[in-house]
Ligand binder design. Structure first.
Ligand code: ATP
Ligand code: MG
Length: 201
């Protein structure tokens, strides 16, 4: 049976903690692959403006270029409207019934799991591989019946897309916090209001 990890997110932009999380989960859970699933219209992020899908897709592809075992999946970006993890998992599981699925999620999202759509069904379809994130305990949410659950061994990294967007906006360097290809794309396309001149080499 193949074991595949699913790392969902907005990836606006993707950064090195996403890659480190995927790699740590791959190693700890002996996954054959990790599929990165960028969200179309993320249900929990309606408040802020998210970059267009094609931009986030280009950034993700740049981030995964040259990696092994990591794949970009367009399942959610190509669907209209809000994407729910449960629907994505149902569809993937229908298409690949021979796969054991593992949701790779940061501990910030773990605490939020009870608020997802049909969390009990999500947990039937996939195990949970929690990745430690500074400020959030790697604890199973009390309101949910505990199922397959693993905490992945990874050093806590205080990298977030939110912080990276702010850095890009003010012209601060994001080098070594994102893959080189992502840095280039942000600079070349002046994403996030990135300054064109100034503080970079
Ligand atoms: P934003 O600040 O826009 O929310 P983000 O950095 O949280 O961006 P997302 O695209 O929201 O990135 O996250 C995708 C997945 O990666 C989530 O499960 C999230 O918990 C996890 N993740 C993101 N950054 C980290 C990190 N530094 N350490 C561990 N997990 C992370
Ligand atoms: Mg986030």
């Amino acid at each position: 049976m193949r074991r595949i990890g699913i790392l969902g997110g907005t990836f606006d932009p993707p950064h090195l903690a996403h890659l480190a999380a995927a790699e740590a989960a791959r190693q700890d859970l002996d996954l054959d692959e990790v599929w990165f699933v960028p969200a179309g219209a993320p249900p929990h992020k309606r408040a802020r403006r998210v970059s267009p899908k094609r931009v986030r897709l280009a950034l993700l592809r740049a981030a995964l270029a040259g990696t092994r075992g990591f794949r970009t999946r367009v399942d959610e970006v190509e669907r209209r409207g809000t994407s729910y993890t449960v629907d994505t998992l149902e569809r993937l599981n229908g298409a690949h019934p021979d796969v054991e699925w593992w949701l790779v999620i940061g501990t910030d999202m773990l605490a939020d799991l009870p608020n997802w759509r049909r969390p009990e069904r999500v947990l039937e379809l996939a195990g949970v591989a929690a990745v430690p994130r500074p400020g959030f305990a790697a604890r199973w949410p009390r309101r949910l019946r505990r199922r397959r659950f693993r905490v992945v061994d990874m050093p806590e990294l205080s990298i977030s897309s939110t912080d990276l967007r702010a850095r890009a906006r003010r012209g601060a360097s994001i080098r070594y916090l994102v893959p080189l290809g992502v840095e280039r794309l942000i600079r070349r396309r002046k994403l996030y209001g990135a300054h064109s001149g100034g503080k970079r080499a």
